[in-house]
Write a protein that binds this ligand. Structure first.
Ligand SMILES: [Zn+2]
Length: 253
């Protein structure tokens, strides 16, 4: 009985060590996520730039189509007015057609200038877009291997974690459920330690409050599960060599 109960809390202590390692590996798995984001960042920025520029190019092409139609329409008007000019019979009629022709030609000139500068702008933005796409492809080709490497490391850590969780399951299947639920509740409460060893001079290994003598004796001999009255942690017997090293009088305080 004594031996068995002694084993329970030391097994819980062992479980705590297993859980600490599991937490470390779980943190390691999570630590790759920001690394992935960081690696992806330059390509993501370039992607946004490409999107902005290609939207601009699309808008400019719409504007080009609109302006081309307007120019065509005015050229036709100029052509019709020129034909009419050949058919006028009075000076007054001629003056009227000339006046209208003058207006339309000026408008046409203006639109043709606009059209040329629009084509310039389109060419400029298309060059920019091509350069940005090239930079994006390059960034992606650089990112690819880095990304794969990080993903492989993360996958390895995940596999470690799965193995450790499996081993934990096997380990806890050998522990009485009642003790396990005390341990789990302590763990869920968010404390760093759920189980600790009593120090050589009879104090809690976490908060170092002195444990009453009777409880100290129970920890060393019969008690199945003793918790520190000050901080609530499960206290198990010190390592045998520590217990031996401590003089008997130290327990008295
Ligand atoms: Zn304590």
């Amino acid at each position: 009985m004594t031996v068995e109960t002694g084993q329970i809390s030391s097994r819980l202590l062992e479980l705590q060590t297993i859980d600490d390692r599991i937490r470390e590996v779980r943190d390691r798995v999570a630590s790759f996520d920001p690394m992935l984001e960081e690696v992806d960042e330059p390509a993501r920025q370039l992607e946004q730039e490409v999107e902005v520029t290609s939207n601009r190019v699309r808008e400019l092409h719409l504007e080009e189509r609109r302006l081309r139609l307007a120019v065509d329409e005015k050229r036709q008007r100029v052509h019709r007015l020129e034909e009419r000019l050949n058919l006028v019979r009075t000076l007054r009629e001629e003056a009227a057609v000339q006046a209208e022709l003058g207006l339309v030609r000026r408008a046409l000139d203006q639109e043709e200038v606009e059209f040329v500068s629009l084509l310039d702008q389109i060419a400029k933005f298309e060059d920019r877009l091509a350069a940005q796409r090239e930079a994006l492809e390059e960034a992606k080709s650089v990112v690819g291997p880095k990304r794969d490497e990080i993903l492989a490391q993360q996958e390895a850590a995940r596999a470690d974690l799965a193995t450790m969780e499996l081993e934990r399951g096997l380990f806890t299947s050998g522990i009485d459920q009642r003790y396990l639920s005390v341990y789990d509740a302590l763990k869920r409460s968010g404390r760093r330690s759920s189980v600790t060893r009593m120090t050589a001079n009879g104090a809690c290994g976490v908060c170092f409050s002195l444990i009453p003598l009777q409880l100290q004796n129970e920890i060393l001999t019969t008690a199945p599960l003793i918790r520190c009255e000050a901080c609530g942690v499960i206290v198990t017997a010190p390592l045998p060599e520590e217990a031996e090293a401590s003089p008997e009088s130290a327990n008295g305080g």
